[in-house]
Design a protein around this ligand. Structure first.
Ligand code: ZN
Length: 317
């Protein structure tokens, strides 16, 4: 298997964002670095794409990326570039990107041109920005690529914001993470452009410190919360059922919280994020983590604040 470190540059509509056929961002450049199992650079891929949908560069784009109209006119059509790119990726590969956006946009562009889908379910990938945070910081902070490059003393030979250069720098950061903290590589992310179509395709993974579940689609949030797998609150470490301390409650109809106790691992907190699918249905992303008294108190506080607000509203009515 190879690791494909990918970076895209894209262009958007001028003025107010118009979504031409559901495509807010048109990819104008693909840059990628291929790494072997030991995270050594073995190949590179670089191609400019001629814009078909938004031929004029948005002023924000021109400011950021180092491409002008002349460069773009020399580019090739997206489907042609993409076909060559996928061939170059090979049979077994894992995408690695800085952040979370590029794989969604890649799939959206492919879909726009009627190309075959990359996958029929959530696509696992490595978010190098997240891995950097897990390896060297608190796991929550998100840094700019250049910040990480500076911190790791990686030589800056080429300008940022060209796809191939950003892919190269991301690859170098990944290489360093692999040397210093191989253990964080198991923390995969999932691109949600394609949602699980059925129960069988749902994502359920247990990492070292938390578990993650991505559900299929439901008609609405009430139906979703009635589903046994959605509301399940098994310990993220051992998988045993937890004893309820605070039952599921919602703060704003989008986020739901639960606290329980595992006999072996103590307090466990669960959070559900209710998300909208493109077709108006909803799906659920649930994370379960070990927590402590402070974590429990923070959730209790949320619940009490909510109760006070409700009481006040009733009082006014
Ligand atoms: Zn447990």
């Amino acid at each position: 298997m190879h690791y494909i470190v990918l970076d895209l540059e894209w262009n958007q509509a001028e003025g107010k964002i118009g979504h031409e056929g559901g495509l807010p961002f048109e990819i104008v450049e693909i840059g990628a670095i291929k790494l072997n199992r030991r995270m050594q650079i073995v190949d590179r891929f670089e191609e400019i794409i001629r814009p078909r949908i938004y031929p004029h560069m948005h002023f924000m784009t021109t400011k950021i990326i180092q491409l002008d109209k002349k460069d773009l006119e020399k580019g090739k059509d997206f489907p042609e570039v993409m076909e060559r790119f996928l061939k170059w990726c090979g049979r077994k590969y894992r995408f690695c990107i800085w952040g979370t956006l590029d794989i969604t946009e890649l799939q959206r562009n492919m879909c726009y041109y009627g190309m075959d889908e990359l996958t029929d379910r959530p696509l696992p990938f490595m978010d190098v920005q997240k891995l950097y945070s897990l390896a060297y910081e608190d796991g929550k902070t998100r840094r700019a690529l250049e910040y990480a490059v500076d911190e790791l003393n990686i030589r800056k030979d080429e300008p940022f914001h060209r796809a191939i250069n950003d892919a190269y720098y991301t690859a170098r950061v990944l290489e360093q993470i692999h040397k210093d903290h191989t253990e964080v590589e198991s923390y995969l992310s999932f691109d949600l452009f394609m949602l699980p179509r059925n129960k069988k395709d749902e994502v359920s993974v247990r990492f070292k410190t938390y578990s993650k579940y991505i559900s299929r689609e439901f008609e609405d949030k009430t139906v979703a919360m009635q589903d046994k797998t959605v509301s399940a609150t098994k310990c993220c470490i051992c998988g045993r059922p937890t004893k309820k301390v605070i039952k599921w409650f919602s703060v704003n109809g989008r986020h739901y919280y639960y606290v329980g106790i595992c006999k072996r691992h103590g307090y466990i907190k669960a959070k559900i994020r209710m998300k909208k699918a493109d077709d108006g249905n909803v799906f659920v992303v649930k994370t379960i983590k070990v927590t402590d008294q402070d974590g429990v108190d923070a959730i209790k506080e949320k619940q009490e604040k909510l109760r006070a607000q409700r009481a006040e509203r009733r009082h006014r009515e």
